[in-house]
Unconditional design. Sequence first.
Length: 558
Amino acid sequence: MHPHARFSGGLFPCLPAFLLALLLCAWAVCIPAAAQQRVERYGMYEVVLKGKDAGNPFIDLELSATFTRGGERFTPEGFYDGDGTYRVRFMPPAAGQWTYVTHSNHPDLDGKTGSFTAVEGANKGPVRVADTHHFAHADGTPFRPFGTTIYEWAFQPEPKKLETLATLKKAPFNKARMLAVPPYKPGYVEGPEKLSEFPFVGTSRDNFDFSRFNPAYFRSLERDVKRLSDLGIQVDLILFRPYDKGQWGFDTTSDAVNQRFVRYMVARFAAFQNIWWSLANENSYIRHLTDEDFDRYFQIVQKYDPYQHLRSIHNADRIYDYNKPWVTHVSLQYYNAVKVFGVSPMLRDMYRKPIVHDEINYEGNSPSRWGQLSGEELTRRFWVALVGGAYATHGEVLESAKVRGWIAGGGQLAGTSPERIGFLRKIVEAGPRRGLAPIDQLFVMNAAGEPGEYYLYYFGDEKPAEFPFVLPVKGLRKGMKFRADIIDTWNMTVTPVPDTFEIGEPPRYRVADVDNRVIKLPGRPYMALRIQRVGDMPKAAPEPARKPAAGAIVEEEL
């Protein structure tokens, strides 16, 4: 029906002509506003276009769109999604009205325009580096990664996926490391876990067409990334990996294929707010790729990801240079780094970036030595990492005749460490907003916190019977008062110490309680001590003027 028809045929016969015109004008103005699509800030807006499937759109296509709001401009790449459908995805970083125009060498896709409104919502935005060694969402909310490993979850049958999601909903983990491409396993070729879709068109190495991606495969992967996002879990998405054993050839593809793959992944997944890019798992085991190749792939991600999601790479027998500018944080597999105190602080000083120990061995009963930790030992390594100012990632390989183990594809957790890791997470998230930092890393390696405010000591497998109340001098003033809690990290208890401690005049290095009191400890392993300042801050005494004698050597000592 023509929009004027309802008013001209007697619907409002008594209204004056000018009033009819006013109504029509208001109605016409309201239609676009009411129909305009609304998307939450940090949500996803899609431009969906139809066009002819000419040539090979995975090689020949150029497609992007420029999204504009005031002085803000973002130009994400688009991608072909099969059946003549093309998409450009955008994650609006600010509320307000956004307009867009498409650019393409495909006439059906070029010059399309539109607009939408971004509104405030519950999204916190992508995770970024914060305060040099820590993380926060784009809206400023701190993020402390307590990750887990589910390498092959995205390739499992749907019932197994649902079981994993139900487990994660109750688990303490807020980050998951997972592969974007399946490794070769006989069960993925035959049997109940047989894969129905692959990243490339084809079903075996004999007929894979490495020039064409399989959109159905990536749509399934997107659904799984979204499911984890709905649970508040960041996805550390691993782009490359070894493990094909000469069967599928996904780990021996050419540089040209790899570059197309990286750009396709960025085009499809960068608009998900919960993505972290892991360029590879055990990168040096992909023997035909060098560090220079990975430099190039890093730079492609950096160039084409408009939102600059976190980027790192997981090492094997050769550690990648994490100092390179396109690396945002350290994703380390070096087991000895969390066996003892003091290594994480050194790594923080070396890289000046967040340190995430993404593989520290796994709790399990695997015949492989990397999967034989007890729950106590995995929990201990988490604590060593955290009081070093770093982070760690969980993994479990408790295998049986019926269960392959958590890291292989999720399912149910059977270990004793996850609950204790959750207990640690609560303690850390209730601590300093900026995160834990070493207190006096050259001489007091088992303590982290915020000088003058918060101290978290961890004693590991030692069994101290007492703790003399003595703190490193940094940040302290005479008259400061503190309370303490004894934490049993294995039995997950917090016992307040009844005394309030007060420090005297700070000397050069360490300052004790004015009455030289000590805190009695139970003499068991895996104990920790939390010390927090209470009461008002005492006024600082005026600094006396100091003038070195003529010819004296003034030395700053750590």
